[in-house]
Design a protein around this ligand. Structure first.
Ligand SMILES: Cc1cc2nc3c(=O)[nH]c(=O)nc-3n(C[C@H](O)[C@H](O)[C@H](O)COP(=O)(O)OP(=O)(O)OC[C@H]3O[C@@H](n4cnc5c(N)ncnc54)[C@H](O)[C@@H]3O)c2cc1C
Length: 476
């Protein structure tokens, strides 16, 4: 085992801040601490910072991976007090102020004086984790590429089959969850089917695809209110999307999905491509912290933090972003970014001796509003009492997302890809390889669900499972 910081004695070293996560929260905290008198180690299980709000554009071939996932190491390389480390944290020892992590066959410790945990959230299947295999969510680059492979694979197989029922099944796409991600996803599958892929097959008309948005709630985009929810629904229906509300998904398998309607009847939708965007579950690191402290976690696994994002009883352990629960703040990037800036400021002031932890002011969130695209030229925007939808909202969405992408190159590349898509119906990134579709299962078979667990459990192959190559993309 390696211990990069173990040789340092307290007298000889600077205050050590360990940040877990390179998402909006973790990256912002590292950037804000770059001028502070501290040594920062940022550890994350990927080498990139991921701009999750545009994942659906990678899944549907508008943007490339690099456009939304720049290297964390390169973003932070100017900051000499920041060390970037690849690794998956599998243990936090609050009492001994130590983080343990693994990367491949190497495991190591990172001792800290202050810890910022910003490990985000994963997709939640509300206790039905077996749905995941047939209806992946969209949280990572791997997810987006897998979905790209599944969506395009369904069209390709529909072109080949001679069985009418099978063709219908292959051309049925179901997205579960009518929040921003679900709406953006069905909108783009609709655009793909009706515009981009038009006239590009010999045996099928992609415009005949059945695209269904399902939610157990009674509205589309509930956080945006009735007016904008109705506007988004209308726009989707104009594009041919079927919106099924008050419909609870009760089962998902390789061939389709089972839904229970409010009158208690159950129906089945035969569909090859299913996508899950219905709920979130905070990183399991939250429960690990709660088990060692007085902190509580809510049903989504988020740590209930103090007004300064610290864990109750541990002023030097902060939890920010999607992993924490405070004053009903939503799981959106501005909450993670503003939380990170606030926490970095407190650390800076305390290291300089200008403030004690007990003197921290309460965090105040500045709500700049929320927005979601529906289709090309159509978005919804809510800023306080102001509600907008349609073209102007879409232009605002475009400008805000362009501004928040990291790096000039990425902004330019996104602008170019959007220009091609908007003006010429072109999507430059429609390539999909079998690795996209089968990679996750192959890794699961080797590592049993996570690279870290491979070190503990070794191989976990089940004799009765089909090898990935024996399944078609549509049966996954
Ligand atoms: C598809 C999608 C669309 C979205 N659209 C919007 C939108 O339009 N507007 C908006 O404001 N918000 C949107 N969000 C929400 C927004 O992306 C999140 O609120 C934000 O990313 C939270 O930031 P975070 O730093 O808490 O977590 P994340 O950005 O999720 O970062 C978590 C980090 O922790 C790392 N990590 C996790 N576990 C470990 C571990 N054990 N060890 C080491 N590292 C670990 C991950 O690799 C990652 O680097 C969207 C989210 C998704 C998934």
């Amino acid at each position: 085992m390696n211990s990069p910081g173990a040789a340092n004695t307290a007298a000889a070293r600077r205050h050590r801040v360990v940040i877990i996560g390179s998402g909006f929260g973790g990256l912002t905290a590292a950037q804000r601490l770059a001028k502070s008198d501290v040594d920062v180690t940022l550890i994350a299980k990927t080498g990139h910072h991921l701009f999750q709000p545009l994942l659906y554009q990678v899944a549907t071939g508008i943007l490339s991976v690099g456009d939304i996932a720049p290297s964390t190491r390169l973003i932070l390389r100017e900051h000499k007090n920041v060390t970037v480390t690849l690794g998956e944290v599998d243990k936090i020892d609050v009492e001994n102020k130590n983080v343990h992590a693994v990367a491949g066959h190497i495991d190591f410790d990172l001792p800290y004086d202050t810890l910022i945990v910003a490990a985000g959230a994963n997709q939640s299947y509300f206790g039905n984790d077996h749905f995941e295999r047939y209806a992946p969510g969209m949280k990572t680059i791997d997810d987006a590429l897998e979905l790209r492979g599944r969506i395009l694979g369904s069209f390709e197989l529909a072109e080949l089959t001679e069985d009418e029922d099978e063709r219908r099944r292959l051309l049925t796409f179901v997205v579960v969850g009518a929040g921003p991600t679900g709406v953006e996803m069905v909108g783009q599958i609709g655009e793909l089917a009706h515009r981009t892929l038009k006239d590009s097959y010999s045996n099928i008309d992609p415009g005949q695809a059945r695209i269904i948005l399902i939610d157990a709630a009674p509205a589309v985009l509930p956080p945006f209110g009735d007016k904008l929810g109705m506007a988004a629904r209308k726009r989707l229906e104009e594009l041919g999307v079927e919106v099924h509300l008050n419909a609870m998904v009760t089962d998902v398998d390789s061939k389709g999905i089972e839904v229970k309607d409010p009158d208690g009847t159950t129906r089945r939708i035969e569909a090859a491509c299913k996508i899950w965007s219905a709920g979130v579950q905070a990183s399991p690191l939250g429960k690990m912290l709660a088990d060692q402290t007085d902190a509580e976690i809510d049903r989504a696994g988020r740590v209930q933090v103090n007004k300064d994002f610290s864990v109750p009883g541990h002023p030097q352990v902060f939890v920010i972003g999607d992993m924490m629960s405070l004053d009903n703040l939503p799981g959106v990037s501005p909450v993670a970014i503003q939380g990170a800036k606030y926490v970095a400021k407190q650390i800076d002031r305390e290291v300089e001796g200008k403030q004690r932890p007990t003197e921290r002011p309460a965090f105040k969130y500045f709500d700049k509003g929320s927005m979601a695209t529906v289709t090309r030229y159509s978005a919804v925007v809510k800023i306080g009492p102001i509600e907008m939808h349609g073209f102007i909202a879409w232009v605002m969405w475009l400008l805000v997302h362009l501004a928040f992408l990291i790096g000039f190159r990425n902004r330019l590349a996104a602008l170019f890809s959007w220009g091609m898509h908007i003006l010429g119906d072109k999507r430059s990134h429609l390539s999909a390889t079998s690795r996209f579709v089968y990679g996750r299962r192959a890794l699961d078979r080797v590592y049993g669900g996570g690279i870290a667990s491979s070190l503990e459990g070794g191989r976990r192959e089940s004799a009765d499972e089909k090898s990935p190559a024996e399944e078609s993309p549509a049966d996954k």
